[in-house]
Design a protein around this ligand. Structure first.
Ligand code: CP
Ligand code: NVA
Length: 331
């Protein structure tokens, strides 16, 4: 039966079958090829998408805006400072209003329960643009990028995530690898161990798909990795925890030595971005003055032949466009 995602929300990869995830990634590859050939569709003509942000964003917001516009759609950006959202009316009331006006809603913020409530009360597809515990659109772009760079089937691909192994990226990866039958190692300190409930949910899916999901402090688990993945050590909203994170995570910083420990000369380096890899940002400089080196990856790795972070960033747009076309597009 042909895959049909019309009217579906995208709150977590756990709600999607492996076939549906495959469909979205393949559609993104097609839309990318179309764009390279100068072809743009109009499948979102007449569609209006609300972009609601409680946290900041560059890639995700840009991807929704450009992706929608290239397919003939239109977007509205709202945050708390410029709207009544979260201030003068309940979440339920806001969701009902947005559902009357928009064809879909993207939300980025803190609690997963907010995207769930928006979906429940708006009656239109809701896309999770990142919460404290998930970042599903990022994984679509990441898997697409990996597939562009390897001939291996996903079932043979091993991803090692280095760093804060209880953050949204780790959990999104656990779900993505579980669904797609991949091998995943969360490589980080026991103080930042993944929530057992998340590991349990991912492992239950892994048992069906043949995926392997592990948490390890042992550098031996880097062996045979196809992908080393990193993310900032203190996620949005956790900046006060930087000193503690630097203490815990410095041994997990991605360096050329760490890449060598994979034993794979072609190992790929991926990062959702933004990344601290140099001292060009104010935050990195300020922390360095306080003696905290917050770089989760060295500049050498970030700029090396292993790094595909800008392909990955571009693929955010193609995958997010595919998600909108698949769920609210005309065809
Ligand atoms: N990777 C990602 O979600 O980037 P932004 O925070 O810039 O959207
Ligand atoms: N873990 C990061 C991801 C940014 C895309 C954060 O939540 O800030």
């Amino acid at each position: 039966m042909a895959t049909n995602l019309k009217g579906r929300s995208f709150l977590t990869l756990m709600d999607y079958t492996p076939g549906e995830i495959r469909y979205l990634i393949d559609l993104a590859k097609k839309l990318k090829a179309d764009r390279a050939a100068g072809k743009y569709g109009d499948s979102l003509r007449g569609r209006n998408i609300l972009l609601l942000f409680d946290k900041t964003s560059s890639r995700t917001r840009s991807s929704f805006e450009v992706g929608a516009t290239q397919e003939g759609g239109a977007v509205t950006f709202l945050d708390r400072s410029s709207s009544q959202f979260g201030k003068k009316e309940s979440l339920e009331d806001s969701a009902k209003v947005f559902g009357r006006i928009y064809d879909a809603i993207e939300y980025r913020g803190y609690k997963q329960s907010v995207v769930e409530a928006l979906a429940e009360h708006s009656g239109v597809p809701v896309y999770n643009g990142l919460t404290d515990v998930d970042h599903p659109t990022q994984i679509l772009a990441d898997i697409m990028t990996i597939e562009e760079r390897t001939d291996k089937p996903l079932s043979d691909v091993k991803v090692v995530f280095c760093g804060d192994t209880r953050n949204n990226m780790t959990y999104a990866w656990m779900y993505g690898c579980a669904k797609m039958g991949m091998k995943f190692v969360a490589y980080g300190p026991k103080e930042l161990a993944p929530d057992p409930a998340v590991t349990e949910r991912a492992s239950a899916v892994a048992a069906e798909t043949g995926a392997v999901i592990e948490f390890s402090q042992d550098a031996a688990s880097l062996a045979g990795a196809d992908v080393i993945y990193s993310d900032i050590w203190a996620s949005m909203g956790e900046e006060d925890q930087i000193p503690e994170r630097v203490r815990l995570l410095t041994p997990y910083k991605v360096t050329m030595e760490l890449l060598a420990q994979t034993g794979n000369p072609d190992v790929l380096f991926l990062h959702c971005l933004p990344a601290f890899h140099d001292f060009e940002t104010e935050l990195a400089k300020q922390q360095m003055e306080l003696d905290y080196d917050i770089r989760e990856v060295t500049d050498e790795v970030f700029r090396s032949k292993h790094s595909v972070v800008f392909d990955e960033a571009e693929n955010r747009m193609h995958t997010i466009k595919a998600l909108m076309v698949a769920t609210i597009g005309r065809q």
